[in-house]
Design a binder for this molecule. Structure first.
Ligand code: G3P
Ligand code: CA
Length: 269
């Protein structure tokens, strides 16, 4: 069960409170803030007309009533879609979809998410993941930094104070971010342990490791190595109570979960 170190773990809402509300919608992020999440995770992609939107998949087919690749659609086309009704397909949905609340389940721009966080009335951090960074050869990062700058978030005085961090499976994407904005913390996401990083090193300049929960379960010694090397460890996606306990035991720094309310409760918060 949980113990004394639990309060130092940050609870990050993965795609918002995405177990209860449709992922990456204003409704899901609003719920995560209400639930007390310390931070919000979101994936960002560029639309055909250059807007950053919060969508996980390459295509909109799974999470909306439309079809097609985000990168081939303009923001106005995405805004005509409904990103909420798919969540009602279960027989007993937790989520009550109200089509009249259009903005709550419309496509969410990163700009709107930044506004929501700015109006939260308390510190809420953001963990932003760059998707398809190779296809756009730097444009995702460039536009992301321009937007963060508008909100005064792109150049924190110290990495430890930054309410925003950038995550990616692409070391190249993170290097682009660091080159333009050296104080923004970056997180290297890992689905498996690369043989060349087995000793606990991360790509140059990255201070935070982002392993999957499967890595944590199967390779706890590797997690120890990362920590001994001085890295923070942020784990995704931690939904099972026994995995929360394991993260506490191993001294993990952040738990990224679809169920922020349940995890906070388990941690006694
Ligand atoms: O938080 C990292 C995690 O979100 C990475 O995987 O596929 O959910 O974006 P994915
Ligand atoms: Ca993600």
């Amino acid at each position: 069960m949980t113990h004394a170190r639990q309060h130092s773990i940050q609870v990050v809402a993965h795609r918002g409170a995405s177990e209860e509300a449709p992922e990456h919608t204003l409704a899901a992020y609003r719920k995560a803030i209400e639930d007390g999440a310390d931070a919000l995770e979101c994936d960002v992609r560029l639309t055909a007309d250059g807007h950053l939107v919060c969508v996980h998949d390459r295509r909109v087919n799974r999470t909306s009533n439309g079809r097609g690749a985000v990168s081939a659609l303009e923001l106005a086309e995405l805004a005509a879609l409904d990103f909420g009704s798919w969540k009602n397909r279960d027989e007993e949905p937790d989520w009550e979809h109200r089509p009249e609340d259009r903005e709550e389940t419309s496509v969410l721009t990163l700009e709107r998410l930044l506004e929501l966080v700015a109006d939260a009335g308390r510190r809420v951090e953001l963990a932003i993941e760059t998707k398809h960074p190779t296809r756009w050869a730097g444009q995702v990062e460039e536009r992301l930094l321009v937007l963060l700058k508008r909100f005064g978030l792109e150049a924190p005085a110290a990495a430890a104070d930054s309410p925003v961090r950038i995550m990616s499976f692409s070391a190249r994407s993170l290097a682009r971010v660091r080159a333009a904005s050296p104080m923004l913390p970056t997180v290297y996401l890992m689905q498996f342990v690369s043989p060349r990083l087995r000793d606990g090193r991360l790509p140059a300049g990255v201070r935070i490791a982002g392993p999957s929960i499967r890595i944590v379960r199967n390779h706890p010694a590797y997690i120890e190595r990362l920590k001994r090397a001085g890295h923070q460890v942020h784990v995704w996606t931690v939904n099972e109570p026994e995995d929360v306990d394991l993260c506490v035991e191993l001294g993990i720094d952040a738990i990224i979960t679809n169920r922020p309310r349940a995890v906070l409760r388990q941690l006694g918060r």
